[in-house]
Design a protein around this ligand. Structure first.
Ligand SMILES: NC(=O)c1ccc[n+]([C@@H]2O[C@H](COP(=O)([O-])OP(=O)(O)OC[C@H]3O[C@@H](n4cnc5c(N)ncnc54)[C@H](OP(=O)(O)O)[C@@H]3O)[C@@H](O)[C@H]2O)c1
Length: 241
């Protein structure tokens, strides 16, 4: 039975990926940090999905993840590094604490989680990172978030080269506007949401499942010759002017 670890798997895209992979017969574990989300995930995700409390911004938490993976999952066929935080602020308002937290959760955390779990990833396995269309596009208040995503994106080809000898593929997915709890957490007003939807050529927000299916594809036998790539899942958001 293949196995998958998903960071930030208690909500949104990560949760949808856990459900898709579980349906495909994977053994799945997810991480999260918020006690309410963790409790909800334990209640709502199918039995058999392991829910781990681990802060993606705390490198020392990787030890605990490693232990749970060894006990519950065995060798990992997929490591989906999806946990992320977005704290929008214009340049004059960005604090050092917010800058450091976004770097810790979005960049340093995924890097050292991959490093720590590398011995437990099966040869021929897959690593997928969540980046986002914001890595390549400007948007007001997103300079720090975009910088962390851009740095992740820049790592993918080098990591793909380093892991190729073990036939481990390394790719990323870049979601555009996806309808997840992220937007309510950010308190995005309805008119801003609507303006965003109008800029999507396919005319709708994506569903978390749109991204989850892409991740499941990248983890499947059908994608064994794809590595070092970023797949945008955005309904055409950002095409044209
Ligand atoms: N939705 C979009 O339109 C969009 C677009 C581009 C990129 N993204 C990226 O896609 C990823 C998933 O976002 P989403 O839209 O699915 O949002 P979401 O529904 O808010 O889910 C975020 C997940 O990440 C977890 N998480 C956040 N901070 C964490 C931390 N420090 N340690 C461990 N887990 C943490 C959350 O767990 P808790 O609930 O426990 O905090 C939750 O499981 C994020 O990296 C996000 O930046 C999303």
């Amino acid at each position: 039975m293949p196995s998958a670890l998903i960071t930030g798997g208690t909500s949104g895209i990560g949760r949808a990926t856990a459900l898709v992979l579980h349906d495909l017969g994977h053994r799945v574990a997810v991480t999260g940090v918020n006690p309410a989300s963790l409790a909800r995930a334990r209640e709502e995700l199918p039995r058999g999905v392991t829910v781990i409390h681990a802060d993606a911004g705390d490198v020392s938490a990787v030890d605990e993840i490693r232990g749970v993976v060894a006990e519950r999952l065995g060798a990992l066929d997929l490591l989906f590094l999806n946990a992320g935080t977005f704290q929008p602020a214009l340049l004059p308002e960005v604090t050092e604490a917010s800058f450091d937290r976004q770097v810790a959760v979005n960049l340093k955390g995924p890097y050292f989680t991959l490093q720590g779990l590398l011995p437990q990833i099966a040869d021929g396995g897959s690593v997928v990172l969540t980046v986002g269309v914001g890595a390549r596009r400007g948007s007001m208040g997103a300079s720090v978030g975009a910088a962390t995503r851009g740095a992740l994106l820049a790592m993918v080809p080098s990591l793909a080269l380093e892991l190729a000898p073990r036939q481990i593929t390394v790719n990323s997915v870049s979601p555009g506007p996806i309808d997840t709890p992220l937007f309510s957490k950010l308190g995005l007003p309805d008119d801003a949401r609507e303006a965003m939807r109008e800029r999507v050529p396919l005319g709708r927000f994506g569903s978390p499942r749109d991204v989850a299916e892409t991740v499941a594809f990248l983890a499947s036998d059908r994608a064994r010759y794809i590595t070092g790539q970023d797949i945008t899942v955005a309904g055409g958001y950002g095409l044209g002017a």
